[in-house]
Design a protein around this ligand. Sequence first.
Ligand SMILES: Cc1ncc(C[n+]2csc(CCOP(=O)(O)OP(=O)(O)O)c2C)c(N)n1
Ligand code: SF4
Ligand SMILES: [Mg+2]
Length: 292
Amino acid sequence: MPETSSAPTLERVPTVDDYKSSAKPTWCPGCGDFGVLNAVYNSLKVKGYNTEDIVVVSGIGCSSRFPFFVSAYGFHGVHGRAIPISTGVKLANPDLKVLVVGGDGDAFAIGGGHFIHGMRRNVDVTYVIMDNEIYGLTKGQTSPTSNVGFITKSTPKGSVDQPLNPLALALISGATFVARGYSAKPKDLAELIVRGIEHPGMALIDVYSPCPTFNEINTFKFFRDVIKNVPEDHDPSDRAAAIELAMLDNPLYCGLFYQTTESESFDRRMQRLQTKDADPRQVLDRLFEQFS
Ligand SMILES: Cc1ncc(C[n+]2csc(CCOP(=O)(O)OP(=O)(O)O)c2C)c(N)n1
Ligand code: SF4
Ligand SMILES: [Mg+2]
């Protein structure tokens, strides 16, 4: 799979420690986000990028503290704005490897509009969502992925809203790489993240990452019984089949649902257009054509 930029790699064999910062994660013991962090360290080790060529962008939430724990450039942004910030970073320097991280509230509530347009715009960044189906940082409110009947401080009689389906939403919005991971399977997740990084466009990986402190329903025990790998005969170029798999509640499939390399990434397109505009002869020719 061609990569859209060729960031130089470390000159020696990389280790996971190369990508760990000196800040220790402040998450609660047992938080699913630890598994996601490990998977990210391992995926960066596989790619072997120099830490100064990586940027980790997040919004606000427990999961959005992520940039502090990675030895790379980081941007802990504004709630729901990780996609626009990462778009700016990638357009400013397309050679950077940009990882976007955050929670389900950040991605689908306040950031819901950006999510849809991010998917169809297809900027070459990798978006890892730690989906715990709750707002963790603000101490446990219902999120857009919480199920009907979910009782929290914000819905004491149970949520009355249908949950949003992140993968199906991404697929109908024009996403070019759609996958689901599980934080208790960090090896599989690391492989998915590597594939996402190598995808020449926006790669969405929605990860079930339980919050044992505030979500007593979607626990590791709950997922153990329903998580399965995407069927081996699933064709990831078949978008309709991917939507069908994404809509299932049981099993909850993990793995690559959909990938296409047919649409050019936004940053590539912009680079191509800018190069064209930057040629003064062509600009002049076009002006003369306009006035002749
Ligand atoms: C503009 C704005 N609105 C609301 C908040 C309060 N707030 C902070 S984090 C958060 C939700 C976090 O949930 P999620 O994104 O799922 O992350 P998690 O903590 O679960 O990892 C909210 C509502 C805020 N910081 N900024
Ligand atoms: S509140 Fe939940 S999501 Fe936040 S750190 Fe604790 S376990 Fe993780
Ligand atoms: Mg959350």
